[in-house]
Design a protein around this ligand. Sequence first.
Ligand code: 5GP
Length: 176
Amino acid sequence: MNRSDHLKVLIDEQALQERVKTLGRQIREDYGEEPITAIGVLKGSFIFMADLVRAIGGDVKVEFLGVSSYHGGTRSTGVVRITQDLRHPIEGQHCLIIEDIVDTGLTMDYLHRMLDVRGPKSLKTVSLLDKPANREIEGVDIDFVGFTIPDEFVVGYGLDLGELFRNLPYIAVYTP
Ligand code: 5GP
């Protein structure tokens, strides 16, 4: 069996690109001409973030937060570990957390609470993918969602399995 036998395209490259452009326009409209501090959650959001900040346009600062919640497998451990904090204070800034996927909601909930106490002017969230079937935290706030997907393990466009597949230009369901 070669590696493509494990992958089934769920969202192709064109659909991704179109949706990200629309999200970017929507986000820019929402903030008007205000500067935005985009906070990408590493590593999964790096490709989405690169496309999204270009689609948002206007004044955007780029910051990164390193988080690890899955330790190489396909199931969540439920433990959120910060591997790299922000380099600058976010007090008084319009901040937008950029995630690849919200699954149980533990990571987004943790990050929202962690950043909220730092006094941003506003704090919103965007996730490329939303997998609501596994939600463990009620009422996780996602202001902008790219695609709602079924309860399957996906890879590509930044999302990995054991650090591989991040460079696929599409989102695929991975079946072992
Ligand atoms: P949560 O804390 O919401 O359960 O999960 C958030 C993190 O788990 C995501 O940022 C992502 O790194 C990882 N994750 C959740 N579902 C998937 C998936 O289907 N594929 C991959 N590659 N990672 C996932």
